[in-house]
Design a protein around this ligand. Sequence first.
Ligand code: 6LW
Length: 524
Amino acid sequence: MARVRNPILPGCYPDPSVCRVGDSFYLVTSTFEYFPGLPVFHSTDLVSWQQVGHVIDRPGQLDYQGLRYSHGLFAPTIRHHDGVFWVVCTLVGTPDGEPGGNFVVTATDPAGPWSDPVWLDEDGIDPSIFFDDDGRVWLHGTRPAREPTWPGQTEVWVRELDPVSRKLTGTEHVIWHGAVLGAVWAEGPHLYKVDGAYYLLAAEGGTEFHHATSVARAESVTGPYVGNRSNPVLTHRHLGRGMEIVGVGHADLVQAVDGSWWAVLLGMRPYGGYHYNLGRETFLVPVVWEDGWPVFAPGVGRIPDEVEVPFAGEPRPGEAQGSTSGVVPPGSLRWTSLRGPATEFATPDGQGWTLAVRPATLTEPITPAFLGIRQQHQDVDARAVVVAPLAPGEEAGLVVRQNERDHVTLAITAGDDGTRRVRAMHRRADVETVIGELPTPAPDGPVTLVVSTRGQEYALLAAPDGGEPGLVAVADGTTLDSTATGGFTGVWLGVYATSNGRPTSTRVRVEHLSYEPRALSPPR
Ligand code: 6LW
């Protein structure tokens, strides 16, 4: 027996989907414009999660160059059938004529390699896949209603998939518009068969404050589906914005070997006002069945702070939970770049990296020289030691990234006369403001750069001379979460290097980047 603290995956791990194979659970989440995409986590007890790989991890599988922030890879579903893992997902935002939309990939080992995508002939988002016990396979997903009867209405469709050709066949059935009359964004659908009945679990209300989970039941996979009279079966929207966890929805169900049922789902933890810089995180909720319907968090009715898992051992520190601290070595699966592989510009170098400076800047929807990790804790110190022999016009350092339009940098910059300084800059809704600068030029040698977050205060510190880092500026974190900027993602902390469009052959050394949580979760 162990108690696990929610969230089970802190930081930007939205739209979780989970399946079980023997006594192993596998979980995937959305990653939008980040590369590699769709992390795969493994657990034997739902408590300790280790990342084993990524579904999208090599060039050529998918192309998301040019896709703006919070586009790219939306909600995936993972299932296992007959020795094969299946992930279905959507690549959102590709121009007409370019590959995009819903796709399926498979693997025999969840750590990879995963196949190249096969595109599916249905539009919309949030695809899921259901293997019936008669051998038939059913794809389902959501999209704006073709003939809406209220604004924001979506429709959940289901259609058979030929698992050999991986093509959709037969007719499509529209099975759901949401439990509540006038519901917007009925989405994130998943079908299950339990005791001979078909169940549809779906989110509605939009993936923000009004998010909710509802369930419906049918005798046939194609419906008609009848909603549970208890719908929505889990939401926090009636509890107000002062709740510790808001926006609860997008659930997926799994049954453990001992017969117990569980749901994983997303939620957000606001702090310092209604701002959730850690993004949409993954939570765990116990489920029981009563009168043929699932009851989420029985007796509690909301996401518990802690969940007792009878078959779990004591939680082990794991990278996935962000409970490891210290240097994040180049081999760590926590590292991500943007839209393309980091091997294009980064070479592992001891505990850190050598970065080839790129003309691309953080403001462009391409692959700048950027490597980052999720901010998983409200209070954290991220520290990098950077050696940057920059040419005029170039810059390299730390970045607190929300998106192309909104980020804060603490960088060594080289002026047109070659003088290097340490400068803090806030780009907010595409407008750049210098928020601090050290008066003395930066030396040739190592410069320590620190982002120290305490709630919504992001202090930026630097030590050009190896001494104690001094304050350069404080940025306002409430401008950096998705309530302020739009989109779906949490904040990333990373290193970057750019020549701001000029041809360059400069190389920058990041001796290491360390991540030290100061509080394991937002205080309550
Ligand atoms: C996800 C969908 C959603 O596909 O957010 O608004 C999307 N709805 O469920 C991105 O995570």
